[in-house]
Design a binder for this molecule. Sequence first.
Ligand code: UD1
Ligand code: MG
Length: 455
Amino acid sequence: MSNRYAIILAAGQGTRMKSKLYKVLHPVCGKPMVEHVLEQVKHVNMSEVVTVVGHGAELVQAQLGERSEFVLQAEQLGTAHAVMQAKDRLQNKDGITLVVCGDTPLITAETMSSLIQHHEEQQAKATILTAHQENPAGYGRIIRDEAGLVKRIVEHKDANDEELAVQEVNTGTYCFDNRALFEALDKVNNDNVQGEYYLPDVIEILQSEGETIGAFQTPLGSETLGVNDRVALSQAERLMKARINEQHMRNGVSLIDPENTYISSEAVIGRDTVIYPGTVILGKTTIGEDCIIGPNSEVKDSKIVDRTTVKQSVVHDSDVGSDVNIGPFAHIRPQSAIADEVKIGNFVEIKKANFGKGSKASHLSYIGDAEVGANVNIGCGSITVNYDGKNKHLTTIEDNVFIGCNSNLVAPVTVGKGAYVAAGSTITKNVPGEALSIARARQENKEGYASKLNK
Ligand code: UD1
Ligand code: MG
């Protein structure tokens, strides 16, 4: 096998996105487009991967890190000019070079490998990955001669009516003989409507020199979607979502309504978990087996173990154990750790709190900055008063504590092991273990007074 090199084009601003964010950093299913491309390139065996950066260079480099080398295209004079920036690094090397655009997030390693295989079989100097597009607007068109051989690629903006009618498009992914590529690049000019150095012009140059040009038309046209604006971005999102969801279903996860289920490309979900509609699973989330998530739940950057239920609830940046019941309408805020068999019921907000095994906050509570032990019962309407207007303070509730309904625990405060707090108490001092603490006004009954008032 000859040496293989990859060049990822990622220097453009992405004017058509109309965005502050550089185009290739726009996420598709939670991951920047260029990251999707690099990951797939990495699955193809490459001796060297070079990413061409320009707009947002530092951000793109930070995103891709050590998995790629980088060359800077200080001014964006076109895709051929972009590839030229890798010249010093690659020009004297024997082998084949795959060029792929950072704005085609759906392209897969399998398709790249098929392209390379076709290129090698045909012993071509250049092979274009082409696709049939019902609506080819915006793409470069593949122009073939009477014998069906590729002559050149014409950009949409430079095409005449006959060329515009062609539905075979350039996907922006190519395979080249490395030396032939850099020799041909020297001959590319910018004599076109956009005044840019077009990489596709390399095809016509090599063809006119009598070299073999290959074209591999992928049957998976949707994989080659190039994202230049927000409309295409939403199409990419939809296609990627379908791909991710299908993968989970094939792995044994039930999605009741995959159209309305949004799972980030980094999420891991165990078998026999059921995801109900309207659920959004974001970031690096891990969900175990036999869980029920949704309907209408959002889980972000969290770990949930097995047999846990999250209904109509939000869980962010937290750890949740097995056999936990969350919701409906609960909010688990960052840095919370919920142990096994816990119940967090309706209208309960948890923030930066640890909940020990088997503890319950079943209704209408706020528990923030708290250490809650095992088998604690937090009654309806109870809250930790964690904020004094300047600082946050810790509430500690030890094992087997019972907090009566509508209690305020004014932090910093500790309720000792096995203690009881009577309903309606405002606790400002530590409660010793096994004690009963009552901190409310005494009740006074005035016999017969109501009927007097009613007269
Ligand atoms: C390009 C192709 C077109 C093809 C389409 C597929 C050219 C001239 N046209 O058009 O034939 O059908 O992709 O999606 O190549 N870039 C740089 N430096 C530059 C210019 C672009 O790094 O100076 C990068 C961009 O960041 C982007 C990629 O190259 O990732 C493609 O550029 P873009 O402007 O999106 O080209 P298209 O108009 O989509
Ligand atoms: Mg593009």
